[in-house]
Design a protein around this ligand. Structure first.
Ligand code: GLY
Length: 401
């Protein structure tokens, strides 16, 4: 049965897939032990402060709760709590939830769409795990903030910038991970409005960011007057027509979550397509370069975070597929994790205070529009999704998303 799914890949991609074994239960245990110990030793420095989005020379610096990325650090702490039951993690995460509540009440650096990345792994997780009422209140305020960016003309949540400005009238593929906050808010408040906006955004996003060959656009612009789809463009990928490795992974996990909440069968086909494109564009060790344009044998930096995100998406979608296909995606995810564990995870706290090396945040190229930072470093979502994928391999996990 596995052969049927492998046969859909090119010979080269199938050979690479076959070469990497799956992560074993023993390795998952060791990876958790190392990660939880690393997180615990960070708590004194990073309880009243947060880890920066990316490490510098392998080490995160402390920042205030002002970036779009701080929820990942709190999410790591919750995952460590969930795995170990150690109250030190819970105490630290609760302190951080108070900070998230203050942030949304005072609208500190929340003028963008990343409310899901911020408030799901921190506050929704705290509510789901320990019934944190502060977490719940904060996350509902964050959902309100997120729907305030919905553009009726075009039917999408505007990612960044001044609302309605033509140069910012776009959605980005990453937002597929922000909308689960709205499905959660609809369920908790009994107000369907949140879910209706989420449905419309997901529909618009998937109708436009997926290309015919199932590679993906990072961002997509719409006409401000008519709402008609205008054009795709990259920000963090190598060039407009290429597939940014993390964007493709957001597409894999995003379609799995879209299916979780809508059960629209068409989303399974999109998931299969974007996953296959991903698998066809990986180097020998199955951890992508920062853009899928690059394959084996070149010196471009990797994006290890992309592999963890893709693993989480495959493990999520496996819950809804018939057993042979589910098994294929579970095995694929376990191979990505094996490779990350063996060759990318931090082995010695002296080399880094993060969990996974060789990730790329923002790599400037002659053809993209992003700044240059966090290249070949740890980053906070790379660490978070590595832990989440470990948790998903370890048990039938109740998702934070
Ligand atoms: N969501 C921004 C990024 O993936 O870098």
């Amino acid at each position: 049965m596995m052969k049927e799914y492998l046969d859909m890949l090119s010979k080269e991609a199938a050979a690479k897939w076959n070469k990497i074994p799956e992560m074993t239960a023993e390795e998952i245990k060791t990876a958790f032990a190392k990660s939880c110990s690393q997180i615990k030793s960070c708590l004194p420095e990073f309880t009243h402060k947060f880890q920066n989005a990316y490490s510098e020379g392998g080490f995160y610096k402390p920042i205030d709760n002002v970036d779009w990325t701080t929820g990942f650090w709190t999410g790591e702490i919750w995952l460590a709590y969930e795995y170990t039951g150690d109250e030190a993690f819970r105490d630290a995460a609760e302190i951080q939830i108070d900070d998230f509540y203050k942030r949304i009440q005072n609208k500190i650096a929340v003028d963008h769409h990343d409310m899901g990345f911020l408030y799901t792994p921190s506050c929704v997780a705290g509510y789901k795990l320990i019934g944190s009422e502060t977490g719940k209140r904060a996350a509902i305020l964050a959902a309100d903030q997120l729907i305030s960016r919905f553009q009726e003309t075009g039917g999408f949540i505007q990612a960044w910038g001044r609302m309605g400005a033509p140069e910012d009238y776009r959605l980005i593929i990453d937002c597929l991970l922000n909308v689960p906050l709205l499905y959660w808010a609809a369920k908790e408040t009994g107000k369907p409005h949140y879910a209706e906006i989420a449905d419309r955004h997901v529909h618009t996003a998937l109708a436009n960011v997926i290309r015919e060959d199932f590679s993906t656009w990072h961002t997509f612009f719409f006409d401000t007057r008519t709402g008609a789809p205008d054009h795709g463009a990259t920000c963090q990928g190598y060039r407009d027509g290429s597939a940014w490795a993390r964007g493709q992974a957001w597409g894999i996990y995003g379609t799995a979550l879209a299916y979780r909440y809508t059960k629209r069968p068409g989303y399974i086909d999109i998931f299969r397509g974007v996953s296959r494109y991903y698998m066809e564009h990986l180097p020998e060790d199955l951890v992508p370069y920062w853009d899928l344009e690059f394959m084996s044998g070149n010196e471009q930096p990797r994006d290890s975070s992309s592999a963890s995100i893709a693993a989480c998406g495959m493990l999520e979608m496996a819950n809804y597929l018939e057993s042979a296909e589910a098994d294929f995606y579970r095995k694929t995810a376990a191979k990505y994790m094996k490779s990350l564990y063996q060759n990318y995870a931090v082995k010695d706290p002296k080399e880094s205070n993060g969990l996974v090396l060789h990730s790329t945040y923002s790599n400037h190229s002659p053809y993209n529009t992003c700044n240059h930072y966090g290249v070949d470093e740890c980053n906070s979502w790379g660490d978070y999704f590595y832990m989440e994928a470990l948790m998903r391999l370890h048990k039938d996990w109740e998702v934070y998303w």
